[in-house]
Design a protein around this ligand. Structure first.
Ligand SMILES: [Zn+2]
Length: 241
């Protein structure tokens, strides 16, 4: 059986929900949605022309790692209308780098705005992140996905064991509705590559998330589930944009 091991720790870092860099506008929307369940209509921007423009910081990676990054892009491209292309001129791009510790990414297209005209969108992959499913997970953040267990109706599917969560890390289990975590008409998916594992942010080795259904596993990082693929396609490929 596939085991998560400890390398998911790299994904459970210090950022918003461990591995998401949110612009202040998004943070506000998330916190408001948590309170009011208003939804994050404006919380995420899709990449224009369904194309992720990227720049790989070659100095940070060896050949094998670059291959894993490219394989993740190929996998996403093969299963959707999304395209990836290297940055060609002075244009907005996600900088794929590995110089910081941890696996983390901005959520959605995060270009310069009135709040910050120097925004550099990043996807950071340090050496513990080089598992196919983990790289895909971070790229789905880059494309605009939040975590599965954050969805508004998650309490019908999982139980959060608050007393096992490390002090100060409770915010990682925020629940909110928005236009990306919205189910797009797709059922809650325990098998999503965007779902946290059962011991995420545990302070004592006990479970922090328990599925309310028997015989399901959470936290897989093999790759996109069928539902992940369907949602990605609904988000990007079925709209006019
Ligand atoms: Zn994540």
């Amino acid at each position: 059986m596939f085991s998560l091991g400890s390398s998911l720790d790299f994904e459970l870092g210090e950022y918003f929900e461990g591995d998401m860099l949110l612009m202040s506008r998004q943070k506000k929307a998330v916190l408001a949605a948590e309170k009011n369940r208003n939804g994050l209509i404006d919380g995420v921007k899709r990449w224009p022309e369904r194309t992720v423009v990227y720049q790989i910081e070659e100095d940070d990676f060896d050949e094998e790692q670059v291959k894993i990054i490219e394989a993740a892009m190929e996998d996403i491209a093969n299963k959707s209308c999304i395209k990836f292309r290297p940055k060609e001129k002075d244009e907005h791009a996600v900088l794929i780098k590995g110089s910081a510790d941890g696996c983390f990414s901005n959520v959605g297209y995060s270009s310069a705005s009135e709040e910050n005209d120097e925004v550099k969108q990043v996807l950071n992959l340090s050496k513990g992140c080089f598992r196919h499913g983990t790289v895909v997970h971070e790229m789905l953040h880059t494309l605009g996905f939040y975590h599965m267990q954050s969805t508004y109706n998650r309490d019908e599917f999982v139980k959060i064991i608050w007393e096992n969560i490390k002090a100060g890390k409770e915010y990682n289990f925020a629940k909110y509705t928005n236009d990306t975590v919205t189910d797009f008409g797709v059922a809650y998916d325990y098998n999503s590559v965007m779902h946290y594992p059962e011991k995420a942010f545990s302070k004592n080795g006990n479970k922090t998330i328990i599925p309310l259904q028997d015989d399901v596993k959470i936290g897989q990082r093999v790759g996109m589930s069928e539902s992940d693929i369907i949602k990605l396609n609904k988000m990007y490929c079925e709209s006019e944009r």
